[in-house]
Design a protein around this ligand. Structure first.
Ligand code: NAG
Ligand code: NAG
Ligand code: NAG
Length: 728
């Protein structure tokens, strides 16, 4: 989802050209006879018969029904009937006559994206049930390689990364799945789902291409992933009806050898029956570059809600074999993403619903992106760039996306109602009833205490974790993928002011100095910031220091670019560092990673120390002494709040109003980044499953400035009205 797409969409809102186009009417049943495939002729014959009987509700239906009544889960029973009477595979999902056919019956996909990795597992069922109540029959999800293989060879498929349990749950709830295993997924997710350790490989990999070194790693990853999902393919009795190859590849490159490699790899693991598909922006150039023409892969399109869908579906046909192009918009945008510093993205409910109506009213299929966005917990948010690489825009922590099911699962809203009404018009069966919103609680003010100044914790660092090098190394080269990296060097002071130059730093560097010979100064002083967006230079004050001065550069990784040509987004200091024009040599690097989503152990050593200091601040006097302008941040602040009864454990939101910028951890779960001074997000979502009866602990790392009263509020609602974006 690019700036380009964003701009197209904005244009679309100002007045979509309402093209008219004649319908290509399909003649449904006659073409059943046109099918000809040698291998499975008998099967199709039988399926056709079943389909025919389904269209003509006569004799066999009662016998199906009687089986249903014996069964607690009729879908299984249905399969059993089919299997036992005609001896075919458990399920068939196919394309013919420009339609989808599920077990021989005409099928229309009304789907939605819901990413298991953006929702706590305890809430998967809650959200899926709401998606069903909206009228959806299919869930589309990406699979983020970086969550599942955080370090080379270290595989994670537990907790929020438990894809197999998610698939089982979809199956239990009778929801079909469109799986998007990447390897690149875009999705406003760090590095488009690529593990950041790919960036440390030398010589550099050519990602998303047929570079053999890259392909070997993809072969290995899919070799682990795809066998796990194979039992869940529809033709093997599971919920997965289609598997996507790459993601909007046409907007990135045109390396067909790469796409063919992925197709062969997928076929090798998944077999020949499952439908493979590509998704590309709905214009000729994207489709030319991103699709594989012919029968092997089904080409689908995505486009803005302002576009007239039918000319695009007509174009889609050109990239599919005759009869193999059911109209499918595989990303139908129900809302949009938001970057820090922007106004919160909102789209009109009725406009969105009428755009969907245009697709459904002519038997098109659509997948809502998103039906439920969820949250970028931890450090996994992605980022975009403008035309210039330095125009860097990280995504906010919330991935609410203005979707019909809100970040906290709310469905009582205009968009949910409008979309459900349209879907209901085009669904034969009546839709499941809509669950009410989940309860939310505000637990009131939480008094925080400063528990540790970040630099005070450096004494606790294991010397083995300190990396030394003549020149600064990137985060990835140091082996740390997320969080902060502290760079330390030293210089001899001059009589006049010095100028520090860091030509390339990703993404934000806070600079501190410390004169050891000065009395009273055991703590570095903040002298300013350098970041990717603005200035590269910083004047260092004349410190009148008798000894060398230590230079501390604390670099924050704010999320890797996930879209476009600048995805090669290493973090940390990526160039030499110059002091008055001369290169500074001799660096120590101290990783300050914190735990990220789903990481074990859950408590990082540094947070452990911050917690253990919850009563005393060792150098309290130093903090109060303003004369030397000693830095008060970055520092840890800790607070406690109590939940009296187990039945009061409900979702809450933590408001960071009045605070600067940082990260927050609730009961050892990293709930993400806050930056209310920049906005628009003021409150972070805290799902109930991470809360507990009794005492709950909130630890934050504040980078810029604490609120004067050191108070944070737990409230019962989201808020996207903070920061500089308020006035926009
Ligand atoms: C949509 O599909 C149904 C069932 O196959 C068919 O009866 C109807 O004519 C189709 N409508 C359009 C507009 O193609
Ligand atoms: C002071 O820093 C310089 C590097 O700028 C280094 O060469 C020198 O050895 C340091 N002096 C002491 C006393 O550590
Ligand atoms: C302390 O900071 C203030 C404002 O930030 C500045 O005006 C003052 O000169 C600083 N004092 C010292 C000793 O650096």
């Amino acid at each position: 989802m690019s700036q380009q797409l964003w701009m197209e969409r904005q244009k679309a809102f100002t007045g979509p050209p309402q093209l008219t186009e004649t319908t290509t009417t399909a003649n449904s049943r006659k073409t059943m006879a046109r099918r000809s495939r040698t291998k499975t002729k008998l099967f199709f014959l039988l399926i056709s018969l079943i389909a025919f009987l389904a269209f003509v509700p006569v004799a066999p239906l009662p016998s199906f029904s009687s089986h249903y009544s014996l069964s607690h889960r009729h879908r299984h029973q249905h399969r059993k009937v089919v299997t036992s009477t005609v001896a075919v595979k458990p399920g068939s999902f196919e394309i013919d006559d420009d339609k989808f056919w599920k077990d021989g019956e005409h099928f229309r996909i009304i789907g939605g994206d819901l990413h298991y990795f953006r929702v706590l597992p305890q809430y998967w069922e809650d959200r899926l049930v709401r998606a069903k109540a909206l009228g959806l029959n299919t869930i589309q999800t990406y699979v983020p390689w970086n969550l599942h293989e955080p370090q080379p060879g270290k595989l994670v498929f537990e907790g929020i990364a438990d894809l197999v349990s998610f698939l089982k749950l979809c199956h239990k709830l009778d929801i079909l799945v469109m799986l998007r295993p990447g390897p690149y997924i875009c999705g406003e997710w760090d590095f488009g789902g690529f593990p950041a350790w790919l960036l440390a490989i030398e010589p550099p990999l050519k990602l998303r291409s047929s570079d053999s070194a890259y392909l070997r790693l993809v072969d290995n990853w899919w070799g682990i992933l795809l066998p796990k999902v194979t039992p869940f393919l529809y033709n093997n009795g599971g919920p997965i009806i289609m598997v996507q190859i790459e993601n909007e590849f046409g907007s990135y490159g045109d390396d067909k050898a790469y796409l063919h490699h992925l197709v062969e790899l997928a076929r090798g693991h998944l077999g020949d029956e499952i439908i493979l598909y590509t998704t590309d922006g709905g214009d000729r150039e994207n489709l030319e570059k991103g699709t594989i023409r012919g029968d092997a892969v089904f080409s689908t399109v995505d486009f803005t809600t302002g576009s007239n869908p039918w000319p695009i579906f007509k174009l889609q046909k050109e990239f599919n074999a005759p009869g193999k192009s059911p109209p499918l918009c595989s990303e139908f945008y129900t809302g949009w993403l938001t970057h820090w510093g922007e106004k919160n993205a909102k789209t009109d409910a009725d406009f969105t619903a009428s755009a969907l109506e245009q697709i459904l009213s002519r038997n098109g299929s659509a997948v809502l992106y998103m039906v439920h966005g969820g949250t970028n917990f931890g450090f996994y948010n992605g980022a975009n760039t403008g035309v210039d690489e330095s125009d860097y825009k990280p995504d906010i922590t919330s991935y609410d996306y203005d979707a019909p099911i809100s970040e906290s699962g709310d469905v009582e809203n205009a968009k949910f109602n409008a979309l459900r009404r349209v879907i209901g018009l085009h669904t034969a069966a009546s839709l499941p009833s809509v669950p009410s919103n989940n309860g939310k609680m505000g637990y009131g003010p939480i008094q925080l205490q400063k528990t540790a100044f970040l630099f005070d914790l450096l004494d606790n660092i294991n010397p083995a974790d300190v990396v030394e090098s003549e020149n600064p190394l990137s985060m990835e080269s140091v082996g740390q993928m997320f969080g902060f990296l502290l760079y330390i060097s030293e210089y001899t002071p001059k009589d006049d002011k010095s100028v520090l130059l860091i030509p390339e730093v990703h993404d934000r560097a806070q600079v501190f100095t410390l004169c050891h010979s000065k009395e009273n100064s055991r703590r570095p002083t903040h002298v300013g910031s350098i970041d990717r967006l603005s200035s590269k230079t910083l004047g260092l004050p004349n410190a009148k220091c008798a000894s060398n001065i230590s230079l501390f550069v604390l670099v924050e990784n704010q999320g890797r670019v996930n879209y476009g040509s600048y995805i090669f987004d290493k973090k940390g200091i990526l160039s030499s560092v110059f002091l008055d024009g001369r290169i500074l040599h001799g660096w120590k690097m101290i990783p300050i990673p914190f735990h990220n989503l789903n990481e074990v152990p859950k408590i990082n050593a540094i947070i452990q120390v911050a917690l253990s200091r919850s009563i005393t601040v060792s150098t309290q006097t130093g903090l109060k002494d303003k004369s030397g302008n000693v830095s008060e941040v970055p520092a840890f602040f800790t607070g406690h709040f109590f939940i009296e009864n187990a039945d009061q454990i409900q979702d809450t939101f933590i408001s960071f109003s009045g605070w600067g910028k940082g990260i927050a951890v609730v009961n050892d779960f990293n709930i993400g980044r806050y930056w209310p001074s920049f906005g628009p997000q003021c409150n972070l979502y805290v799902p109930a499953p991470i809360l507990r009866h009794g005492e709950n602990v909130l630890v934050i790392l504040e980078m810029d400035y604490p609120s004067p009263e050191l108070v944070i509020h737990s409230v019962d609602h989201p808020d996207f009205t903070c920061g500089s974006s308020k006035s926009k």
